[in-house]
Design a protein around this ligand. Structure first.
Ligand code: NAD
Length: 358
């Protein structure tokens, strides 16, 4: 079987880190057709739009998209619909990418990079599943209106609408239970059911779906408590599933537990396991072109691509252990270096991962 991979490098360090991830993919014993297209600011400069039709078509026809990063301060004055970041929202929408996988893992060698005590985070390996296409981020109606009654009568009021349809909760719950089955069999659903109707509904549906997964131990936690527990004892979690709003905040919190933004991959999948894979960091315009960016988040994103969209978990494991090996050897890009130690460049880190793969 030949798999089609759309590579969208984007802006800033995007092309530099994606290049290393593509080298890793090409070195594997798997038949890939890799095609590249512009996205974000690079696409706006070349074609007047951050997500040109041809780029979207390539992404939709692929088995998986490997995405770098988009954005640069020079585009901040463009109207919102033409800003580079709109490309990601456009891809999510057009491809129906509702399940966002955000692993937060900390290789033991990097435990000192965290702002938490090493013993709290060394070996951390949790997975946050964030619902990505619903919730208050997309709920209608929304806007600004005049209040017609009550204590704020006559004032302008900003408002949004939180809602989740049953099928939206069911499909992310199934993905979460299946992810938990592949890991330690523990799933924590995070909501605010003590206050929000939408959350109580979310919880009721998750409990119903749980009946189909008797091998998974389901727990529930309010989002405020989950935020505290993530900082107090993050290793007590395994898989967390939550809605779009809470997931946005908790996944970034979990990412920061690891202290190394250049290390964390992510995946966004649709119902047919087609996915978009990208590092969680941005385009880092401050270091673009210097050859110092850490390519490991992009390489680990490629590993997720192999596991979740191409069903090649064994190759994903090989890539992840190659990354582990180079860290054990002491190789560090500048972002991971302790003071006084020498850093390797983006391409040298890529070389080392390729060498470790052999
Ligand atoms: P950023 O993640 O790009 O950078 C934050 C800091 O982390 C910077 O100091 C940067 O040098 C460093 N950093 C990030 N990735 C690194 C890597 N791989 N190796 C070494 N250091 C790394 O966030 P920002 O500076 O807030 O945003 C810059 C641009 O990226 C903005 O235009 C923003 O909108 C965009 N952005 C895009 C995405 C995306 O494409 N998914 C995500 C976040 C931000």
């Amino acid at each position: 079987m030949t798999y089609n991979i759309a590579v969208l490098p984007g802006d800033g360090i995007g092309p530099e880190i994606v290049e290393q991830a593509v080298r890793v993919l090409r070195a594997l014993p798997i038949d890939l057709t890799i095609q590249t297209a512009p996205v974000g600011g690079a696409a706006y400069d070349a074609h007047g739009h951050p997500l040109p039709d041809a780029t979207l078509a390539l992404a939709k026809q692929s088995h998986a998209v490997l995405f770098g990063a988009v954005g640069d301060w020079k585009y901040d004055k463009l109207e919102r619909s033409l800003r580079p970041e709109q490309a990601i929202l456009g891809l999510r929408k057009a491809m129906g990418l509702f399940a966002n996988f955000r692993p937060a893992m900390l290789f033991p060698e990097l435990a000192k990079a965290s702002s938490l005590k090493p013993e709290l985070v060394a070996g951390l390996d949790i997975l946050i599943l964030r619902e990505l296409t619903g919730d208050i981020y997309f709920g209608q109606p929304r806007g600004v209106r005049e209040v017609t009654e009550g204590p704020f009568k006559g004032e302008q009021q900003g408002y949004d609408t939180m809602h989740y349809a049953e099928s939206e909760v069911r499909r992310i719950a199934h993905v979460a239970f299946q992810a938990a089955q592949q890991r330690s069999g523990r799933l924590c659903s995070v909501d605010k059911a003590n206050v929000l109707e939408t959350s109580q509904f979310w919880r009721d549906i998750v409990i119903e779906v749980a009946k189909e997964y008797p091998d998974v131990a389901l727990s529930h936690m309010y989002v405020d408590n989950a935020a505290m527990q993530l900082i107090r004892a993050p290793k007590e979690f395994d898989v967390i599933v939550t809605g779009n709003l809470f997931g946005d905040i908790l996944s970034d919190t979990a990412a920061m537990l690891t202290g190394s933004i250049g290390m964390l991959p992510s995946a966004s999948l649709n119902a047919s396991s087609q996915g978009l894979y990208e590092p969680i960091h941005g385009s880092a315009p401050d270091i673009a072109g210097t050859g110092t960016a850490n390519p490991l988040a992009a390489i680990l994103s490629a590993a997720m691509l192999l596991r979740y969209s191409l069903n090649h978990g064994e190759l994903a494991n090989q890539v992840e252990s190659a990354v582990q090996q180079v860290l054990e050897q002491g190789l560090r890009t500048a972002d991971l270096c302790e003071e006084g130690t020498a850093a390797v460049s983006t391409s040298e880190m890529g070389d080392a991962v390729l060498e470790a793969l052999k």
